[in-house]
Design a protein around this ligand. Structure first.
Ligand code: NAP
Length: 256
C-alpha cells in the first residue's frame, strides 16, 4: 500500500481494541492521527506510543453520542493538523444482552445512540470538514457480522449494526461524486475487551466447541487484522471501492 505521509486520519473508539490497533496502523503508514474516545488516560498512552515510534498524534476526549463533542473532535483534527483525509467510525458498545421482553427502553436508546446515532453524528461533521477543506478521501464505519445476522438477546446491538449498512450506502451515494468513499467493515470475532466480555457471557466451552468450529479459519481474529482492512479501504489502492461492506470474519458469515 502507498504511504500516507502528510495525510490525517481520525479514529473513534481508539482507547481500546480495534480502534487502538487501527490508529497504530495509520501511524505506521505515515499518517498523523487524531484519536478519540471517552477514556482520556488510554488515549494519552496511545499518543505517547505513537510519538515514541516517530509518528504524530493528538487525543481528544469524545462521547460520540453527543453532537457538541463530535463537533469539537473534528475541529481538533483541523486545528492540530490542518486537514482531514480519513475517518474511521469505530466507537461502539455491545450493551446488556437481554431478550425483547426484558430489554429496557433506556438500554435500547444507549446502544442505538452510541452505535448508530454516534456514527451519523461523526459522518455529518467529518464530511462537513472534508468537503470544506477539499482533502477528504475516505470514511470507514465499523459494523459487525451482526450487520447481517441476528441472535437471541442481541436486538439492540444487532439493530444498530444493521442500520449502519443503510447509513453507509446512503452517505456513499451522497459523497462519491465529491471524492469521498464510504464503506462498512464488518468484523467477526476479534480478540478485544468487548470480545472477552461477550465470551464471558456464553462461556469458553460454548465458544471453543460451538462457535469457533463455524469459523473457517478456526480462530479468533486479531485487532491488527481488522486495522489492515480499514487502512486498505482508506488507501488509494481501494479507489473503486465505495458503498459496500467488507467482512473480515475468518469465514464465519457464510458458514451458517
Ligand atoms: P472495545 O475494546 O470495547 O472498544 C470499544 C471502543 O469504543 C473503546 O475505545 C471505547 O472507548 C469506545 N467507545 C464506546 N462508547 C463510546 C462513546 N460513547 N464515545 C466514544 N467512544 C466510545 O471493543 P472492540 O471490539 O474494539 O470494538 C470496536 C468496534 O468493533 C465496535 O463498534 C464493535 O461493535 C465492533 N466489533 C467488534 C467485534 C469484536 O469481536 N471485538 C466484532 C464485530 C464488531 P471509551 O470506553 O474510552 O469511550
Amino acid at each position: 500500500m502507498s504511504d500516507m505521509n502528510g495525510r490525517v486520519a481520525l479514529i473513534t473508539g481508539a482507547s481500546s481494541g480495534i480502534g487502538r490497533a487501527t490508529a497504530a496502523a495509520f501511524a505506521e503508514k505515515g499518517a498523523s492521527v487524531v484519536v478519540a474516545a471517552r477514556r482520556q488516560d488510554e488515549l494519552d498512552s496511545l499518543v505517547a506510543e505513537i510519538e515514541a515510534g516517530g509518528g504524530q498524534a493528538t487525543a481528544i476526549r469524545t462521547d460520540v453520542a453527543v453532537a457538541e463533542d463530535v463537533k469539537r473532535m473534528v475541529a481538533r483534527a483541523i486545528e492540530a493538523f490542518g486537514r482531514l483525509d480519513y475517518a474511521v467510525n469505530n466507537a461502539g458498545i455491545e450493551g446488556r444482552w437481554a431478550g425483547i421482553t426484558e430489554l429496557d427502553e433506556d438500554e435500547w436508546d444507549r446502544v442505538l445512540d452510541i452505535n448508530l446515532k454516534g456514527t451519523f453524528l461523526c459522518m455529518k461533521y467529518e464530511a462537513t470538514a472534508m468537503l470544506a477543506g477539499g482533502h477528504g478521501k475516505a470514511i470507514v464505519n465499523i459494523g459487525s457480522v451482526n450487520s447481517f445476522l441476528g441472535f437471541p438477546t442481541g436486538s439492540a446491538y444487532v439493530t444498530s449494526k444493521h442500520g449502519l449498512i443503510g447509513l453507509t450506502a446512503s452517505v456513499s451515494a451522497e459523497l462519491a461524486s465529491q471524492g469521498i468513499r464510504v464503506n462498512l467493515v464488518c468484523p467477526g470475532f476479534i480478540d478485544t475487551p468487548m470480545h472477552h466480555r461477550a465470551r464471558a457471557t456464553i462461556g469458553d466451552e460454548i465458544y471453543d466447541k460451538g462457535v469457533l468450529p463455524q469459523v473457517h479459519l478456526r480462530r479468533t481474529g486479531r485487532p491488527e487484522e481488522i486495522a489492515q482492512v480499514v487502512v486498505f479501504l482508506c488507501s488509494d489502492e481501494a479507489s473503486y471501492v465505495t458503498g459496500t461492506t467488507l467482512t473480515p470474519d475468518g469465514g464465519f458469515t457464510l458458514t451458517i
